[in-house]
Design a protein around this ligand. Structure first.
Ligand code: NAD
Ligand code: ZN
Length: 266
């Protein structure tokens, strides 16, 4: 685990490219909504799909305290999500972020709450998945984790290290520790930011992770701050952002990208 964290920390070099502005991206379920993946709590612009926690009881399907008692249900539920996510295609926003990363090497850092692999499918690299991702399993007895790639989760699998059957998808459930939050806070901390950095918060309600205080506002907490969400919601203080785009991320992407590039090129 420690090795993994060290590796991740190395991906957050605030010293690299010191003189160039960086783009720091924090994304959530709304980034993938236009690819047909349901959001969990807030409105989904493509509301042919209800948001998930209205349909399913999060205490049964996504609770760390009782996950083992609900193991079969939990595996069924996450296998459905995995299947849905593997069949989805990246939208303009995923593709645009991946292209920016290619075009501005060492300047673009992607952190996401999403467990899908759509940014990877779009060609993006080194993504900080703070809630885990769908291609890994873990043992809650010894913390060992491993990749299972695109295969379905198998509830009969046991830990190859300690032989425990307390094996689950490596997705952060409610009440579970999320060690990569430290890396996220480090990445966005205003004390590590440079004047011309750009922050893009896209498709997130801030209800699960609230970066509000970290993002800050005003000249003492530098950088150009952009918010992209389907609609205005009161869990986010819009005054802290320099520019807000409301509507579907997929439809607004060209305009969003122009704004980002204008600031990346100064
Ligand atoms: P959320 O469901 O709380 O909020 C979704 C946000 O996305 C809202 O602010 C909404 O306005 C916005 N949105 C919806 N459709 C959009 C669109 N087409 N374009 C732009 N914005 C759109 O999501 P959250 O803040 O990410 O928190 C929920 C938790 O569940 C997170 O951990 C999240 O990652 C996880 N989750 C992950 C996935 C995934 O991996 N794709 C899907 C659902 C939820
Ligand atoms: Zn184990």
């Amino acid at each position: 685990m420690i090795e993994y964290l060290i590796k991740k920390f190395k991906k957050i070099p605030h010293t690299v490219e010191k003189n160039k502005p960086r783009l720091l991206v924090f994304s959530g379920a709304g980034l993938s909504a236009d690819s047909g993946i349901a959001t969990y709590r807030e409105a989904n612009a493509n509301n042919q799909k209800e948001n998930l926690w209205k349909t399913y009881d999060a205490n049964v399907y996504s609770n760390y305290q009782n996950w083992y008692e609900n193991k079969e249900k939990l595996f069924d539920f996450w296998n459905q999500r995995k299947h849905e996510m593997l069949n989805a295609q990246p939208n303009n926003a995923h593709l645009g972020l991946a292209n920016l990363q290619k075009k501005y090497p060492n300047q673009v850092f992607l952190a996401t709450q999403n467990i899908d692999l759509l940014l990877e499918k779009a060609g993006a690299k080194n993504i900080l998945h703070v809630h885990g991702k769908i291609d890994e399993m873990m043992c809650t007895d010894c913390q060992h984790f491993w990749s299972i790639g695109l295969a379905s989760y198998n509830s009969k699998e046991i830990c190859e290290k300690c032989k425990s059957d307390k094996v689950k998808p490596k997705i952060i459930l409610f009440g579970e520790q999320a060690p990569l939050y430290n890396n996220l806070y480090e990445l966005f901390d205003f004390r590590n930011r440079q004047e011309h950095d750009i922050i893009l918060c896209i498709g997130t309600s801030f209800k699960v992770i609230n970066l509000d205080m970290i993002i800050g506002y005003g000249k003492y907490q530098p950088s150009y701050k952009i918010l992209v969400n389907y609609e205005s919601i009161n869990s986010i203080k819009e005054a802290r952002f320099d520019e807000c785009f409301f509507g579907k991320a997929n439809d607004n992407w060209q305009q969003i990208e122009r704004t980002i590039e204008k600031h990346l090129n100064i």
